[in-house]
Design a protein around this ligand. Structure first.
Ligand SMILES: [Zn+2]
Length: 120
């Protein structure tokens, strides 16, 4: 067994997650300053929810871009969420995301999955 002490212990709880997630939004939107990016990257090294939140935001952002380009490839997002969904904190994040912005995403999932089923 790998000794836990040899691994860098990441925080499993972020005490400033709301701020972190705002920063994540800026970064994935390409609107963060270099300083903000550097600050967040350093924080991400020690903070598990921030790291996962960043990965998820990136996946969501990419899938939104695909959607804007009218490509039907939300499967990458589905895979991303499946890969990350084990964490309860993340689940809460996803749920809050879906409540705020996600209604069309849900529909997009449903319709794309129907399309995949019909298409194959
Ligand atoms: Zn954090």
């Amino acid at each position: 067994m790998v000794s836990e002490a040899e691994k860098v212990q990441k925080k499993t709880k972020c005490e400033h997650q709301a701020e972190c997630m705002k920063l994540v939004q800026l970064i994935v939107d390409g609107q963060a300053t270099d300083e903000q990016v550097a600050h967040f990257k350093a924080n991400m090294e020690t903070c598990l929810p921030c790291e996962k939140g960043y990965e998820l935001e990136k996946c969501i952002k990419e899938s939104l871009q695909l959607r804007l380009e009218k490509k039907c490839v939300p499967q990458s997002l589905v895979d991303c969420i499946k890969a990350n969904i084990g964490k309860m904190a993340l689940l809460a994040l996803i749920i809050s995301y879906f409540i705020t912005e996600g209604n069309f995403l849900c529909r997009n999932f449903a319709s794309s999955q129907t399309a995949i089923t019909i298409g194959r």
